[in-house]
Design a protein around this ligand. Sequence first.
Ligand SMILES: Cc1cc2nc3c(=O)[nH]c(=O)nc-3n(C[C@H](O)[C@H](O)[C@H](O)COP(=O)(O)OP(=O)(O)OC[C@H]3O[C@@H](n4cnc5c(N)ncnc54)[C@H](O)[C@@H]3O)c2cc1C
Length: 406
Amino acid sequence: MAARASDVVIVGGGIMGTSLAWELAKRGAGTVTLLERHTIAFGGSGRTGALIRRHYSNLPEATLAHEGWKTYNAWPDLVGGDPIHTPCGLVVTVDASPECIDNLDKLRKNVALQNSIGIPSVVATREELQGLQPFADWRDVPLAAYEHNSGYVDSVTATRSMAHAAMRAGAVIREHTPVLGIETDGTRVTGVRTPDGVIPAGTVIVAAGPWTNAALTGSGVTLPIETLRVQVAVLHRPIALEQPHFVYLDTSAGIFARPWAPGRTMIGVAGGDQHEPVDPDNYHEQNNPEYPQQAIDAIAKRIPGMKESSYLTGQVGLYDMSPDTHPLLGAIGPDGLNVMVGFSGAGFKKGPAVGRAVADVILNGSCQWVDLQPFRPGRFNEPGYDPNAPWTDTEYTFSSDFGHRL
Ligand SMILES: Cc1cc2nc3c(=O)[nH]c(=O)nc-3n(C[C@H](O)[C@H](O)[C@H](O)COP(=O)(O)OP(=O)(O)OC[C@H]3O[C@@H](n4cnc5c(N)ncnc54)[C@H](O)[C@@H]3O)c2cc1C
């Protein structure tokens, strides 16, 4: 196909790129072209847990998560297509070991933060959790945050549905079209390079996840993104556990888990030894041989009956980690170049909201409903910026690494 000029080119067909394409196309941003080097949802968006949690210890990310949830929860009306959100209830546990006991007070404050923006989160006691899910073992959980109407989505369905919405709004989506680099005239972007030639464009947004720096070739921009390989397993539950369980963002048991389909559970084992730095173009795409048993043992800590579950299949995905585990959103480098990357294993829930926020910046010059300044992509080069410093005094501490901050 000949390379045709575009007003806006988006690089990457994950939930970020497709959400932005939909927002820009429906809001009349001109010719919007999304280029995906494989197929839509090939990256993290097709291999994710897609837990739609809204519990965050900072306002901007809680806002993005809540706005993302609103879109997922009203998908047929807002985006079109079938409902995609299963609001089965979601529990967030925190490490309450003696060295992290402050987490319990932080949890109360963070639930209040969520309530202040309309998220119906509550602090649930051990006894209340036991009443809600008697088959789980809550002895290590004095308190948890409970979101009764949060849940999960099928991420491939959601991303593809978003791509269809973008096309209905007028966006052009081209699969199997890798962007080889960014073209500039020295001060601003002029297009992107593809195997079919240069596509001229005045605005380019890179949403290429772990492959971001390769896509940025020629722009003069290199971002501090590290790629981590992360496994999940899908288990058959024993017949005694017919009832679906909550979604768990369970930092106490060191797992994230959710119902997958009737009778099945998806689980990811968190922890530093599970996060392996890899080359995003050359990594092992199947579960390690020992992973199925590790997954069964890990979820049996929360749901003892899962000891009797059996391994069905697994998936391996990549986290695009930023140094502070928060995303990079907005303009950087030559005029007209923007990024939406570095979601560090926690971006799916925010996708539709990030698309809306970045579209506001591109179309209006700023976003009024969420503060994007903390996500400025150049922050890591600022003198004095400490990527290890907590963003708020209610950020949780962990006695072992959970992968991303909370
Ligand atoms: C195992 C796992 C569990 C997770 N669990 C959760 C969770 O429970 N909740 C949550 O909110 N988040 C979760 N995440 C994180 C979430 O999935 C990601 O943050 C999100 O999907 C990132 O979307 P994206 O669009 O930025 O990137 P991606 O989905 O990775 O999309 C990037 C796309 O860009 C394409 N691309 C790359 N380079 C080029 C190029 N040069 N030219 C053209 N195309 C290119 C790729 O092929 C890819 O399709 C999880 C991730 C993993 C891996």
